[in-house]
Design a protein around this ligand. Structure first.
Ligand code: E4P
Length: 215
């Protein structure tokens, strides 16, 4: 069971890295555009400054050859750099070639169990079902994770299920219970994972009692 952070903001990452609870990072073109960083420099800086198990960098390209060419710059950075590819025919062709070469891969934008079958056959390291975007479109994201988790476990598939597009705390534990190996979280969701109103209320009472017993 692992938590990755889904962000392209260096300071957000550094602050949470210090907790020791974060194992990796996922990025995408939208997150990079919003943070205004240079994609390649950002991935290289993360690799230099932190010891993550996986840092996903999404590649662009009209076909598998272009995606593989785009991936080359990232592969040189370090073995934790994980090439993120779209769940399309060309993305899976690129995934198979890169996976066979021992490169870590993350196949993104998964919305069905059928797509998960193809991704497993392409030898991906991770598959990213998009829970929130399923829910946005009136499908159950958690059920998608359950279907993929059940299938991969029954067939002993090594591809790890990386539940993505998670927008609230309540889906996190359910995804992990239903078969996700990893969840990738926006930092706002990660921060909320610690919190409970009853913890705050209980702590307030204990702090008051501490004052009394300690004078
Ligand atoms: C995952 O790899 C994606 O970067 C991300 O989780 C997408 O989340 P969104 O649907 O909230 O944009």
């Amino acid at each position: 069971m692992q938590i990755f952070l889904d962000t392209a903001n260096y300071h957000e990452i550094a602050e949470r890295y210090a907790t020791g609870l974060v194992s990796g990072i996922t990025t995408n073109p939208t997150l990079v555009r919003k943070s205004g960083v240079d994609y390649f420099d950002f991935i290289r800086t993360l690799s230099r400054d932190f010891a993550f198990e996986s840092i996903s960098a999404e590649v662009d390209g009209k076909n598998a050859d272009e995606m593989i060419e785009n991936a080359q710059q990232y592969i040189k950075i370090g073995s934790e750099v994980t090439i993120k590819l779209p769940l399309t025919k060309e993305g899976l062709i690129a995934c198979k070639i890169l996976s066979d070469e021992g490169v870590k891969t993350n196949v993104t934008l998964c919305f069905s169990a059928a797509q998960a079958v193809m991704t497993a056959l392409a030898g991906a390291t991770y598959i990213s079902p998009f829970v929130g975007r399923m829910n946005d479109n009136s499908f159950s994201g958690v059920e998608l994770v359950r279907a993929i988790g059940g299938l991969y476990s029954a067939k002993r598939v090594e591809t790890k299920v990386l539940a993505a597009s998670l927008r609230d705390v309540h889906h996190v534990s359910r995804c992990l219970l239903y078969g996700a190996d990893v969840v990738t979280l926006p930092t706002a969701v990660f921060d909320k994972m610690y919190n409970h109103v009853l913890t705050d209320a209980g702590l307030a009472i204990f702090e008051k009692d501490f004052k009394e017993i300690n004078g």
